[in-house]
Ligand binder design. Structure first.
Ligand code: ADP
Ligand code: AMP
Length: 222
């Protein structure tokens, strides 16, 4: 079953996808991580995406959809799309892509967190640029400041996690990504679930595991 995690920047999608990948064997496709890898390798795509990422805008849909096509894991249990789709055009493209591959329509989980909490989370986030693992200086600190527990590598604060860019990214989410709620929350397809992602990390993981177990049957709508 293919599952989409969508929600504002800072809602905890990456944190949860990483836990589900490492501890429960799900596969994770994070378009943010893929774009950062492309930038690191200075590929054509990386160079094209850079100015959008720097100012907190969305990278154009055609580039994103092409990148996802190239990185689509084979059908099988538990693929989590983390941070993709982010526009209705991307959601339509993903539905077509999966259907063309003989896969069912994906289920979508909306991570709801109030805006003030999102700002606090993003401004205190520390990231391992090599692995994408994230921490928070207060809510989920590493054992040693700015050092990854897993590989001992340095943690950085992302250049788009600054107050002005965070503010813009949250506006972009409200304008361009919130319409996905209506796209997926269609009473006929029953493939939408909203979760309260403002609760502690372990509580959210438990709810997700419960929901993912149920994805073989229709998900409930709130
Ligand atoms: P997203 O992938 O949705 O942008 P992240 O998973 O990177 O969000 O989380 C953003 C920040 O919030 C990180 O610093 C992370 O450690 C922290 N965080 C994630 N989930 C929670 C939670 N449930 N409670 C408190 N902090 C959280
Ligand atoms: P993230 O790590 O998910 O917060 O993404 C970081 C940045 O990468 C975003 O601010 C966008 O510029 C870009 N990005 C990631 N995923 C997408 C997507 N699905 N569509 C468009 N832009 C994206």
């Amino acid at each position: 079953m293919d599952v989409i995690f969508f929600g504002a920047p800072g809602a905890g999608k990456g944190t949860q996808a990483q836990i589900l990948r490492k501890q429960y064997g799900y596969r994770q496709v994070s378009t943010g991580d893929l774009l950062r890898e492309e930038r690191e390798k200075a590929t054509e795509l990386g160079k094209a995406a850079e100015p959008y990422i720097q100012r907190g805008a969305l990278v154009p849909d055609d580039l994103i959809v092409e990148m996802v096509k190239k990185n689509l894991p084979p059908a099988g249990s538990g693929v989590i799309f983390d941070g993709f789709p982010r526009t209705v055009a991307q959601a339509e493209a993903l539905d077509h892509l999966l259907q063309a591959a003989g896969r069912g329509l994906p289920h979508a989980i909306y991570f709801y967190v109030p805006r003030t909490t999102l700002e606090e989370r993003l401004l205190g986030r520390w990231t391992n640029p090599r692995t994408g693992r994230v921490y928070h200086e207060r809510f989920n600190p590493p054992k040693r400041t700015a050092v990854d527990d897993d590989d001992g590598g340095p943690l950085i604060q992302r250049e788009d996690d600054t107050p002005a860019i965070v503010h813009h990214r949250l506006d972009v989410f409200e304008k361009q990504t919130m319409p996905l709620i209506a796209y997926y929350n269609d009473s006929r397809s029953r493939r939408y679930l909203k979760i309260d992602a403002s609760r502690p990390i372990g509580t959210v993981t438990a709810e997700l595991l419960h929901a993912l177990e149920a994805t073989s049957s229709p998900m409930r709508t709130p």
